[in-house]
Design a protein around this ligand. Structure first.
Ligand code: PLP
Length: 362
């Protein structure tokens, strides 16, 4: 007896949302880039070996080597929190601690996963713009050999930062040299790595591997993927046991071909850069417009796809009735506006018009 499986979609699924509605809440509010969806469909059907022994994951390794050079190792994972926890665990012994900016996603927005799941203490340093410097790192880089202090053995920086700012390659290099001279290792949370490359207008490796970063969480979700990030061991000698830690951290996908196929869609051509450039350009358009509006006080440089600003009391809540976005610092009335690969010029212009309207309404 022959069994056949119907592979064509039986019916169009019901759409439960209005696809014309877009806001400025987060770059993960957007959908999946059509080229990524097409890549998923192309990777579908037939059988492939599970757990990363598939043709797509092999191809991804080659593509990553084209971007970062030979000798790197990549590990696709489900999400950014997982990528960060895995990366930090691989750098550290049980007694290790990680120095990071207090605004770092690992510190603010991962519900303690680096500490609870990774078993890693975070030593946080306040910054004005989300960026660490050698001097700021030194506020916590001390106490080696003191059995009472968690040992600072790694530093984590975010590129672009949670405040939308961007480290130059020289700034990353200065941090890496400083960190390495003190016997520590350097992790980069690159949830928005492509936005940094677009802003700096340099290849990815210039401000990562060539600047001394040991391990990288390379983000895809915020740049048009359905899901997926890749831990890239840029200096594999610095990271231990990634292959085992990924499974222990519940980040090993059995159908890994679909994570890898999405990254192939991003990296094979210029989709990664095209999408990031577009998102950055929309943020730049928004920033240029609000710079000319009395009552809106931008708080950070716009060096990626986010704009941060202080609004007069009441304005944010009224604006949110038509456009979603988040408070960044509620007490300071500071808000965050994020643009995505699918934000249009019209979206930005309508939002700017709404800002003006709400300010005029007092
Ligand atoms: C800087 C940064 N790192 C990592 C992440 C990844 O988070 P998630 O675990 O939601 O994929 C995010 C998402 O907001 C982020 O902004």
């Amino acid at each position: 007896m022959t069994t056949t499986v119907e592979t064509a979609p039986a019916a169009t699924a019901a759409r439960l949302h209005d696809p014309a509605v877009r806001g400025f809440a987060s770059d993960n509010y957007s959908g999946v880039h059509p080229e990524v969806l097409a890549a998923l469909a192309a990777a579908n059907e037939g059988h492939q070996v599970s757990y990363g022994e598939d043709d797509y994951t092999a191809r991804l390794q080659v593509l990553m080597e084209e971007h970062f050079g030979a000798g790197i190792e990549c590990f696709p994972v489900f999400n950014g929190t997982g990528a960060n926890v895995l990366s930090l665990q691989s750098l550290l012994p049980r007694w290790g601690a990680v120095i990071c900016a207090s605004t770092a996603h690992i510190n603010m927005d991962e519900n303690g996963a680096p500490e609870r799941i990774g078993g890693t203490k975070l030593l946080q340093v306040p910054t004005t713009d989300g960026k660490l410097t050698p001097e700021l790192i030194d506020r916590e880089a001390w106490g080696w050999g003191d059995e009472h202090r968690a040992q600072p053995l790694a530093v984590s920086i975010t590129q672009t930062t949670e405040l939308g700012t961007c480290y130059t390659p020289e700034e990353v290099r200065a941090i890496a040299d400083h960190v390495h001279a003190k016997g520590m290792k350097l992790h980069m949370d690159g949830a928005r790595l492509a936005n940094a490359a677009a802003h700096l207008d340099v290849p990815l490796r210039t401000f990562t591997r060539d600047a001394g970063v040991d391990i990288l969480s390379f983000g895809g979700t915020k740049n048009g993927l359905l899901f997926g990030e890749v831990v890239v061991a840029l200096n594999p000698g610095a990271a231990q046991g990634l292959v085992y830690l990924r499974k222990m951290n519940m980040q090993l996908a059995s159908k890994m071909r679909f994570m890898s196929a999405q990254f192939i869609a991003l990296l094979e051509g210029d989709l990664w850069l095209r999408s990031a450039r577009h998102a950055n350009a929309m943020a730049a358009r928004l920033r240029a417009a609000v710079d000319g509006i009395d009552g809106v006080e931008p708080t950070q440089k716009t060096e990626s796809n986010g704009v941060f600003a202080i609004l007069p009391a009441g304005v944010a809540d009224r604006l949110r009735e038509s456009f979603r976005f988040y408070d960044w610092n509620e007490a300071a009335r500071e808000v965050r506006w994020m643009c995505s690969f699918d934000t249009s010029e019209e979206d930005v212009d309508s939002f700017v018009a709404a800002i003006k309207r709400e300010l005029a309404a007092g």
